[in-house]
Design a protein around this ligand. Structure first.
Ligand code: G3P
Length: 217
């Protein structure tokens, strides 16, 4: 499973990128707001740091305007994936941009039928939002499993990009189901390294090591 960093914070991306933990980056208007940066500038900077796809989201609601925004975002760098919402206008824009050879990430997906439409429209990525479904007591991971089954039934090449990931368990479950990509906040990716028994084991080793009176360096 590929890991995308769901953030527009340069320092956080750089740290994970240096560890080889970043196969791409996703942003959205809320993450751009949080970063306090200009969308074009920060997207250019991220796209220059990371080899994989960097998603940048359009904000127009009508297809023609979305297409114009998408083309402008795509001009930033060859590894830009234009993010469009899963609306009819978004699907039209997806079809047009995909035909031009631009990667498209169709976002705000909350049903298997929406994912089916995105694949038909030639999306490179479909972004089902797990956490936001869990928030309203609908099993977000079940949606990932449904989309996996449907895409595999028909050989769709659209990659399932599990989004709105809130916990390390979400990462494990998405990987078990076979999501192609999971995008998560860097804090969640770091949490995947945590285990209480690792901490306890290390504590014992450190105590015993101190008793040996030895040094390695
Ligand atoms: O990639 C979409 C993601 O950023 C949404 O996450 O936590 O705002 O639902 P969240």
């Amino acid at each position: 499973m590929k890991f995308f960093a769901d953030t527009a914070e340069i320092d956080e991306i750089a740290e994970l990128n240096d560890l080889g933990m970043v196969d791409g980056v996703t942003t959205n208007p809320s993450l751009i707001l949080k970063s306090g940066r200009d969308i074009l500038e920060v997207t250019r900077e991220i796209a220059g740091m990371v080899e994989g796809p960097v998603s940048a989201e359009v904000v127009a609601l009508e297809a023609d305007d979305m297409l114009a925004e998408g083309r402008k975002l795509a001009e930033i760098a060859p590894n830009i994936a234009v993010k469009v919402p899963l609306t009819w206008a978004g699907l039209k824009t997806c079809k047009a941009l995909s035909a031009e050879g631009t990667m498209v990430n169709v976002t705000l997906c909350f049903s298997a039928n929406q994912a089916l439409l995105a694949a038909k429209a030639g999306a490179t990525f479909i972004s089902p939002f797990i956490g936001r479904l869990d928030d309203i007591n609908i099993d977000g991971m079940e949606l990932i499993a449904d989309i996996r089954a449907i895409y595999d039934n028909y050989g769709f090449e659209t990659q399932i990009l599990a989004a709105s990931i809130r916990s390390a368990n979400h990462m494990k479950d998405a990987a078990l189901i076979g999501a192609d990509v999971a995008t998560a906040p860097p804090s969640v990716i770091r949490k995947m390294a945590d285990h209480i028994l690792t901490d306890k084991g290390l504590e014992v080793f450190m105590k015993d090591w101190a008793k040996t009176g030895q040094k390695i360096l």
